[in-house]
Write a protein that binds this ligand. Structure first.
Ligand SMILES: [Zn+2]
Ligand SMILES: [Zn+2]
Length: 346
């Protein structure tokens, strides 16, 4: 797959040297500024993700979130508070009672295209031959829709081999955030709580931060263990674990490039390459809402030669999709999950 090297040539001055910015003689771990990592900081918390997903389906009250997800009250209280602080939700008082409701903000609704891009990936690669849990019906055109990630400038679809990167005004490295999203991928089955969802299946594979960052290095053309280790400032046992899992789930394949000692490199499979759509959809959300107008990366669409923003378009009418314009045909009964199935077409 020699193409990757040409396509992802981030010979970024900022990223050439790995971690260890020194502060007071003590090495501080740093990580590349990345709008996708910032986005995943939010949605890779399984409960936060599931709450946002239920909100896309119209859930607004504490009790409705609780019954749909079977989530402990204290956990739900905590996540709703955090998501409100992040301005993904706002609280509104209702007329009938003192009970507060939770509504997605503009920023929250704007996560929808990223969810849909992940859903398309999950439908295609992770549904084990079964029909997807949801069919999307786009009300603008009335068609069953399979949204695609495309170029804001020319409208054509953008795949992993169609774009180039360069550093944007927000490029550089910052102190790595320790902790909350570094749990093992094996804990990720919590994403599968509640209604069946292709987005959950996708996050189960890439939803912990390290798994995702390893995939991102693949998009940057970094294939070799030592290079990835260096770039991410990750513990060797964690990198080995994540690479093994990602090979196991079919995102990477391993190829030997040296025999004594044995050395392997990790190449994205066709399935892995298709994570690119969700990847740049999340990138755009993070750029828009979390990077203070300074995107770390600028994308250029090779086909049209222009710098672009990724947009998630309906494949039938080419309009950008929004949560408000989508209806759903469900392959399951939402009531068996205590959940809403609003705006369904049947
Ligand atoms: Zn283009
Ligand atoms: Zn449409």
């Amino acid at each position: 797959m020699p193409a990757a090297a040409k396509i992802f040539p981030p010979k970024t001055k900022t990223s050439a040297k790995p971690p260890a910015a020194s502060s007071g003689g003590k090495a501080v771990k740093t990580e590349r500024n990345c709008s996708v990592a910032r986005t995943l900081d939010i949605v890779s918390d399984a409960w936060a993700f599931l709450i946002i997903r239920e909100a896309f389906f119209g859930t607004q009250t504490f009790e409705a979130f609780r019954s749909a997800l079977g989530i402990p009250r204290a956990t739900l209280t905590d996540r709703l508070r955090k998501l409100t602080q992040l301005a993904i939700f706002r609280q509104v008082a209702t007329r009938s009672s003192q009970r507060k409701e939770y509504r997605l903000t503009k920023m929250g609704f704007d996560l929808y295209p990223s969810f849909i891009a992940l859903m398309q990936f999950g439908d295609r690669w992770l549904s084990n031959g079964k029909p997807p849990p949801l069919t999307l019906v786009h009300t603008l055109c009335g068609c069953d829709s399979h949204p695609i990630v495309s170029c804001s400038r020319c409208g054509k679809s953008v795949g992993a081999r169609d774009a180039e990167y360069r550093d944007g005004p927000g490029a550089g490295r910052s102190a790595a955030k320790e902790g909350r999203n570094t749990r093992r991928a094996s804990d990720n089955n919590r994403f599968l709580t509640g209604r069946p969802s292709s987005v959950s299946r996708a996050l189960e594979i890439i939803g912990d931060k390290w798994s995702f960052m390893v995939v991102r290095e693949g998009f940057f053309g970094n294939r070799r263990y030592d290079k990835i280790l260096n770039e991410l400032a990750i513990a060797p046992n964690i990198l080995t674990d994540r690479l093994n899992r990602l090979v196991g789930s079919g995102v990477f394949r391993r190829r030997q490039y040296q025999s004594s000692p044995e050395r392997f490199e990790y190449l994205l499979t066709d399935m892995g390459l298709e994570l690119y759509g969700p990847f740049i959809a999340m990138l755009r959300w993070g750029d828009r809402w979390l990077s203070k107008g300074k995107p770390p990366l600028i994308l250029t669409h090779i086909k049209c030669g222009q710098d672009f923003e990724p947009v998630v378009d309906c494949n039938r009418c080419n309009s950008p999709i929004t949560a408000a314009d989508m209806r759903y045909r469900l392959a399951y009964d939402p009531k068996s999950f205590g959940a809403l199935g609003p705006r369904s077409v049947e």
